[in-house]
Design a protein around this ligand. Structure first.
Ligand code: PBG
Length: 332
């Protein structure tokens, strides 16, 4: 775009900023609760609301409480909720079999939400880390995170989630070939309407720390995830990953983390035009919520500004732990 500007004083750009009414009229980017996917942490038990120290305001919820949360989210106009299980450490094994147990926590929560709030979309996470004794997203053999055997397990996990009623499957594992394998397995099992939101451009990031506390993976994780998650210095590689996942049958793509990677969001949106999401991850949440709690910044304003930035960067929506708080503010 080539801006056409008359010389000052014919052009006074501040005229457009003088009053709230005029500012509202020319605002380019707006956000609404319909832009949010709300990630929630599920644990076992009943009536349990367990705070997560590194994520002020976020709790692990038992299935009955997750159903309440979904009901509230739906009433607030939030279209989708995303489930992350905090798995009992006793159920973590080397073969990760709990991941495709039809009655695991995630699947039980999916069925309960479907029954109580059929209109909210349910997204589930495909990766082995909540079930893996060593905290990795894939199987570990002789110190290597192996690809193809992991993909076979991810397919079983995703099918159990689709059988339970998941609307959107979110593979967050970064294995090669998983989108194609998941798509053909879903088609083969009669789940042709189940959506794949690929964590296509997922970086090996320090901003996931509080999440790993929340799902109980921090203690378990051996080493780092750099052989499967991306180097934060890479942008072209993100485009290749997104192109590959779309070619294999992803319906939507995600950039993760969010705020440090807005350039990737912009590029992805312009290059592919596919529904593009950012994940404002746990560490981003913790920075804003933690500083807000201490009075170092205005937490509500920083929350809204950060959420607006994703839309401005070209995202269609954002996964954010702020979803209900932001929706409440937006709804007045
Ligand atoms: C792992 C997974 C992670 C997140 C979502 N799925 C962490 C990781 O890759 O170690 C992070 C989300 C967040 O930080 O909010 N499959």
């Amino acid at each position: 775009m080539q801006p056409t500007l008359a010389p000052y004083p014919a052009t006074r750009l501040r005229r457009l900023r003088r009053t709230p009414a005029i500012r509202a009229l020319v605002q380019e980017t707006t956000i609404s609760p319909a832009d949010f996917i709300w990630p929630v942490f599920v644990r076992d038990g009943e009536g349990v609301v367990e705070p997560i120290a590194s994520m002020p305001g976020v709790n692990r919820l038992s299935v009955d409480k997750v159903v309440e949360a979904a009901t509230e989210a739906h009433a607030l106009g939030i279209p989708a909720i995303c489930l992350f299980p905090y798995t009992d450490p006793a159920l973590k094994t080397e073969d990760c079999a709990e991941a495709w147990n039809p009655d695991n926590l995630s699947n039980r929560a999916t069925r309960a939400i479907k029954q109580a709030v059929p209109d909210i979309a349910i997204m589930t996470d495909v990766a082995l880390d909540p079930y893996n004794i060593n905290g990795h997203d894939g199987f570990v053999e002789a110190g290597e995170i192996v690809n193809d055997r992991t993909v076979e397990a991810l397919v079983k996990q995703a099918l159990s989630q689709a059988d339970a009623g998941a609307d959107i499957i979110g593979p967050s594992d970064m294995m090669d070939g998983r989108i194609g394998a998941l798509r053909s397995a879903l088609e083969g099992a009669g789940h042709q309407n189940v959506l794949l939101l690929s964590y296509a451009a997922k970086y090996a990031s320090a901003f996931y720390g509080p999440f790993r506390d929340a799902v109980g993976a921090s203690g378990a994780l051996q080493g780092d995830k750099k052989t499967y998650q991306q180097d934060p210095g890479n942008s072209d590689e993100a485009m290749r990953l997104i192109a590959r996942d779309l070619a294999e049958g992803a319906d939507m793509i995600m950039v993760k983390p969010g705020m440090p990677y807005l350039d990737i969001c912009r590029r992805a949106h312009e290059m592919f035009g596919a529904p593009t999401f950012a994940y404002q991850v746990s560490g981003e949440y913790a920075m804003i919520a933690g500083a807000g709690e201490r009075g170092w910044i205005d937490g509500d304003k920083a929350m809204m500004e950060s959420l607006t930035s994703f839309k401005r960067a070209g995202c269609d929506g954002v996964l954010t732990y702020f979803a209900p708080a932001a929706a409440r503010l937006l709804n007045g």
